[in-house]
Design a protein around this ligand. Structure first.
Ligand code: BJW
Length: 231
């Protein structure tokens, strides 16, 4: 059984990482257009650097929760038949033990060089303007995907979606494309689809099955069922 799991900010919420669009979410204090577009970065790089430097520092202190752990357990059983596609830029899936993880919206822990395109680990806050380890230019930006930019690894994701038997979306509002369209891609290719979310999302009606509840409760229960069905 091949499974693709799409995760969003909701899976990390109970690890203390704020979501984007919920009350108290990340963008309540920041206008999205101030921080999540390349134009905003060009206009005011200091604000954007401060925002991502702070999120990086907070994410390092966060711990994976039971939902991340359950997906790592699923990978132990399914191996290459499970792919986790995350929109999250934290590394909580990896720290829980998942290895087959695609970060389609980038990674808080790496920088992208605007001069040479290298993606390198961040060792110093980017507000300090460290040089690129590859080319020496001081033109590093957060290695995240902003509105209007192309998400990472789209071909590999599409390949997995059209080949999967089950597609699960966990803790994502369905407000951002192309991720919000993945349920349709998987369903059109014959997969069964399930949404696991605290509340209804913008795309809830598109799923075959929906389970509402906190990720730390509904995800481990779903993983247990999948593994029991598999025998
Ligand atoms: C819990 C929980 C708990 C809470 N347990 N659940 C018109 C139509 C269609 C598309 C477009 C359009 N106009 C423009 C576009 C394209 C645009 C887009 O989608 N815009 C929308 C505004 C419509 N998309 C893009 O520009 C993308 N690129 C692109 O399209 O390239 C061209 C292309 C062409 C052809 C094919 C493919 C591509 C790029 C999008 C980049 C998004 N970037 C961000 C920022 C990343 C860096 C950062 O982290 O700062 O990604 S935006 C932000 O939203 C972030 C997230 O990954 C993403 C999704 O958010 P997510 O994860 O869903 O979080 P929330 O907060 O929205 O929801 C949390 C959910 O959790 C809720 O549902 C809660 O209920 C739930 N929850 N607690 C379980 N305990």
């Amino acid at each position: 059984m091949r499974i693709v799991v799409l995760t969003g900010a909701g899976i990390s919420a109970e690890s203390g990482v704020p979501t984007f669009r919920d009350a108290g979410g990340l963008w309540e204090g920041h206008r999205v257009e101030d921080v999540a577009t390349p134009e905003a970065f060009e206009r005011d790089p200091d604000t954007v650097h401060r925002f991502y430097d702070a999120r990086r520092q907070a994410s390092v202190l966060a711990e994976p929760n039971a939902a991340h752990g359950a997906l790592a357990r699923l990978e132990q059983e399914l191996g290459d038949d499970l792919l986790v596609v995350t929109q999250n830029v934290d590394d909580l899936h990896e720290r829980a033990g998942s290895r087959r993880v695609v970060h389609m919206h980038g990674d808080l822990l790496t920088a992208l060089c605007n001069a040479c395109g290298a993606r390198t680990p961040i060792t110093v806050d980017l507000i300090e303007r460290p040089p690129c380890p590859e080319c020496g230019e001081r033109m590093l930006r957060p290695d995240v995907v902003w509105f209007g930019e192309m998400p990472y690894e789209l071909d590999a994701i599409d390949e997995a979606l059209v080949a999967c038997d089950v597609f699960a979306a966990i803790g994502t509002s369905g407000a951002v494309y192309p991720a919000a369209g993945y349920v349709m891609t998987a369903a059109a290719a014959g997969a069964s689809t399930i949404e696991l979310n605290l509340a209804a999302s913008e795309i809830t009606p598109l799923f075959d099955e929906v389970r509402h509840g906190p990720a730390t409760v509904v995800v481990p229960a779903w993983v247990d069922e999948v593994l029991a069905e598999r025998g």
